[in-house]
Design a protein around this ligand. Structure first.
Ligand SMILES: C[S@@+](CC[C@H](N)C(=O)[O-])C[C@H]1O[C@@H](n2cnc3c(N)ncnc32)[C@H](O)[C@@H]1O
Length: 244
């Protein structure tokens, strides 16, 4: 089913995914993915070390889904709050938080288009695979800027449209077509209204990381570590610092 970028339809889409647990996609949303896939732990640990070189006091994760990465992300913050509009995702996230005893983590049902937080209440906002799903990135940008303290930062980790595998994957899954209308080119322009924006490239991928592909992924990482091939990396990271 194509995602229409309507909140109710989005909720229905993810509820069906979680009920049906399709073999090719449920693993990506499994809240206990890190327990089952040590190689993904390595990938995520290294990604968060790059993204969060300094500890953060109040960190907000928008579009947190099932929060499978919270056991690692929560080490970088004093307080980590996740928001997502899909209640079944949050039910799984709460199970994970309780089971792992993540006492500095909490999740709330909310849309990034209408954040239930006071102005200037977070030091950092993070999102992983969220921006290309959000119905209205302009509204998300202004809400994220509103809840950030002066000089606060927003880090968005997103699929890179210049990577052929990412284009193929998103073109062949109708529910992922949003990537093509909400991609890095328009997002950078949209976020510049509120933020100083820089983009860098990264190969932190979650799906298809296994013993068989590990060597290939390492080779791709080396190949894309230099200019000009780094533009072909699997992901781009939009790093935004609040203006003013
Ligand atoms: C591909 S999932 C990514 C979830 C999680 N960040 C991860 O990487 O596992 C995209 C998430 O964006 C959420 N989302 C979509 N529209 C949203 C909105 N308006 N506000 C907040 N989250 C939204 C969806 O509910 C979904 O959980």
């Amino acid at each position: 089913m194509p995602l229409l970028y309507d909140l109710d339809q989005m909720r229905r889409h993810y509820r069906e995914l979680l009920d049906q647990k399709p073999a090719d996609y449920f693993e990506r949303l499994d809240p206990f993915l890190l327990d089952k896939r040590p190689l993904v732990v390595d990938v995520m640990e290294r990604a968060f070390e790059r993204l969060f070189p300094e500890p953060v006091r109040d960190l907000l994760d928008v579009g947190c889904g099932t929060c499978f990465y919270f056991p690692l992300l929560s080490r970088h913050a004093e307080r980590l709050v996740g928001i997502d509009p899909c209640i079944p995702m949050l039910d799984l996230a709460r199970e994970l938080i309780a089971e792992k005893g993540l006492s500095n983590c909490d999740v709330r049902e909310s849309s990034a288009l209408d954040l239930p937080f006071d102005d200037e209440s977070f030091d950092m906002v993070h999102s992983w695979d969220f921006l290309h799903h959000v119905p209205n990135p302009r509204r998300a940008a202004s809400e994220i800027a509103r809840v950030l303290r002066p000089g606060g930062r927003y880090l968005a980790v997103e699929p890179n449209l210049m990577n052929p595998a990412m284009v193929y994957y998103h073109a062949t899954r109708r529910s992922e077509w949003g990537l093509f209308s909400k991609n890095q080119f328009s997002n950078v322009r949209i976020f510049r209204r509120h933020f100083d924006v820089s983009v860098h490239f990264d190969n932190a991928i979650i799906s298809h990381v296994n013993e068989r592909t590990k060597g290939l992924l390492r080779a791709i990482d080396a190949f894309t570590s230099v200019w000009p091939t780094r533009y072909l990396s699997f992901r781009y990271v939009m790093e935004c610092t609040k203006k003013g």
